[in-house]
Design a protein around this ligand. Structure first.
Ligand code: ARG
Length: 585
């Protein structure tokens, strides 16, 4: 049990002793204090219960305070109209820090109910290189998967790549017109991109070419041998290119079940949907319509055009017989339920696809897949300095690889200027680590729904809310142990905390477990990122206010333990953000 839970039990016991009739006990809460000047934790229970009991809230708070037996843990006071404030004693904080330090898992509590969670993330459309937009899905998805694993869930990371859609019709069309074999060997992703652009430009100009591209896709989906061969080569080459980037990002998947893996299931699925009356024909296509049971504005199968609500069906088979993105996604839900017994699936995908996911969630429930919780973990757009979506000078979306390289270059400048490392190789490795981590941290420190401005210089700066600041904090927390040259044998049974800065550091350290769990409440890695920044700030204040090596006895040992614990929490927390730490900088 954590401290707020323990205090809550004590409040409940006191209420019982006072024979107060409780509403719902879960409404009795002790929370983190809003203002630390008044205490560490607070409760509004007296204000909530005074009125029904016909009492004055402050008087009632007083009565309650006297009945709560928590003298060993904290001081209690009353503030404002009747808030109960709890200020933990230094010995309580010391004991908490000591037990967190001795726990191998840093006292991160585990979920009571372990669930199987599929995290569907990254999922680029292959045959096109990953662009800047994929960074958000890849990084947020990896982080959420790590956090869910940390608290004990069974996590399956699935890269549902787009390897079957319209872009293949285009690439195949252009491939047949003239693939450059040499380029394909040397720069496969660039060559595929060239083919894709060639077809997409031509199709924009000429309706007939657009038709030809579509026909190539239909041929592929029907199993045409030549098209399958071209497709297999495209997918293999793309996959190699992607793997290089994932390696650099330290992102791994358990599966790469792309759209094509569900191809066989699509025809029977549409047949079943039609047979069961879930889908019907419309203009030659097969579609799923509104159930007409909810208000139009809450209905994902309706759209408002010129002030009028119209049908907005989910298409599961096109007029020409090709299946849709939606069809595959329904088949994927079936697979994840039947084969993996998944309890949840998190789709980390751009907010612009929210219409699709609302429809998917409803269709899954109509099909009886109620046991699985489907969540669209949506995110916004990365902006350029002009406030519109980030583009290259040529007007394209920047490629992810170029973005990473630019970040590493920016980091290299700082490293060359400030690093204490000796060799060129070490400095290059550090620049790579800082560059890539900076992109990740910037992503994870923003609320996923907010659009943020991409500013390389700010991201790699040592000052500010940045990755380098956190990495430096970690290195600083280890520096003292390097000075001691391994000669420490920490085994204090009790810590002694005398300074405010120490208490504040411990307060931050002990929040670690709670923060991790909070990330999952609304799929918000930024809560963990901000927490780590706050922890680092608390550490620097402590380090400046409290001499460590120059102090003596129990105090010295306590402070060494705080340094050690801080470095472990920073390393572990950054690890959840998929950011590795350097030992020196
Ligand atoms: N390939 C899609 C895109 O790049 C994302 C796929 C997301 N996952 C899914 N199951 N729909 O837009």
């Amino acid at each position: 049990m954590n401290i707020p839970e323990i205090l809550c039990e004590k409040v409940l016991a006191a209420l019982e002793a006072l024979e107060v009739t409780l509403p719902d006990p879960s409404r009795i809460q002790v929370t983190k204090a809003a203002d630390l000047r008044f205490g560490d934790f607070q409760s509004n229970v007296a204000m909530m219960l005074a009125k029904p009991a016909g009492k004055n809230p402050r008087d009632f708070a007083m009565e309650l305070m006297e009945k709560i037996s928590a003298d060993d843990l904290c001081e209690i006071s009353i503030a404002g109209p009747g808030f109960l404030n709890f200020t933990l004693k230094p010995e309580t904080w010391a004991a908490l820090a000591r037990s967190q330090w001795s726990a191998e898992d840093l006292a991160v509590s585990q979920v009571e109910k372990i669930e199987t969670i599929v995290v569907d993330f990254s999922a680029p459309n292959v045959a096109k290189p990953m662009h800047i937009g994929h960074i958000r899905s890849t990084i947020i998805g990896e982080c959420l998967a790590r956090v869910a694993t940390k608290v004990g869930h069974k996590v399956i990371k699935d890269n549902h790549i787009g390897d079957w859609g319209t872009q293949f019709g285009m690439v195949t069309w252009a491939w047949k017109k003239g693939v450059d074999g040499k380029q394909l060997e040397e720069e496969p992703l660039q060559e595929l991109l060239r083919l894709y652009r060639m077809a997409s430009d031509a199709a924009k100009e000429d309706e007939a070419i657009k038709e030809e591209c579509r026909a190539e896709l239909v041929k592929l989906q029907k199993g045409d041998l030549e098209n399958i061969e071209i497709w297999t080569r495209c997918v293999d080459l793309s996959r190699k290119g992607l793997e290089n980037i994932y390696e650099r990002l330290d992102v791994r998947f358990d599966h790469w079940l792309g759209e094509s893996d569900y191809n066989e299931d699509l025809a029977p699925l549409v047949k079943k949907l039609t047979g069961d009356g879930h889908a019907r024909e419309s203009d030659g296509a097969m579609c799923i319509f509104s159930s007409e049971t909810v208000k139009a504005k809450n209905d994902p199968f309706k759209v408002n055009r010129d002030g009028e609500w119209q049908d907005f069906p989910m298409m599961v088979r096109k007029k020409d017989g090709a299946f849709n993105y939606a069809t595959t996604d329904i088949a994927t839900v079936e697979f994840r339920v039947n084969e993996w017994q998944a309890d949840q699936a998190w789709y980390v995908v751009d907010v612009r696809q929210s219409g699709h996911f609302s429809q998917l969630i409803e269709v899954s429930s109509r099909l009886g897949y109620d046991g699985i919780k489907l969540v669209h973990v949506a995110f916004g757009t990365i902006l350029g300095k002009d406030g519109s979506p980030l583009k290259t000078r040529a007007g394209d979306l920047p490629q992810l690889e170029d973005v990473l390289n630019d970040a590493v270059k920016a980091a290299q400048i700082i490293v060359d200027e400030k690093s204490h490392l000796d060799t060129v190789e070490e400095k290059e490795a550090l620049a790579e680590l800082i560059g890539v981590s900076s992109i990740k941290f910037t992503e994870l420190s923003h609320h996923r729904m907010s659009d943020y401005v991409f500013d390389l210089e700010k991201m790699v700066a040592l000052e500010g809310d940045t990755a380098p600041y956190l990495l430096y904090s970690y290195v600083r927390s280890r520096s003292i142990f390097r000075k001691l040259d391994g000669e420490v044998d920490l085994n204090a049974k009790n810590l002694v905390l005398t300074e405010k800065a120490e208490i504040h550091l411990v307060r931050m350290l002990t929040r670690y477990s709670g923060q991790i769990h909070q990330v999952l409440e609304d799929y918000r890695p930024n809560l963990l990122a901000t927490y780590l920044l706050e922890l680092a700030r608390a550490f620097h204040s402590f380090f400046e206010a409290c001499p460590v090596l120059k102090s003596e006895g129990q105090i010295r040992e306590s402070r060494l333990i705080l340094c050690d614990l801080t470095s472990r929490v920073l390393k572990d927390g950054l690890g959840l953000l998929a950011i590795p730490v350097p030992e020196r900088m």
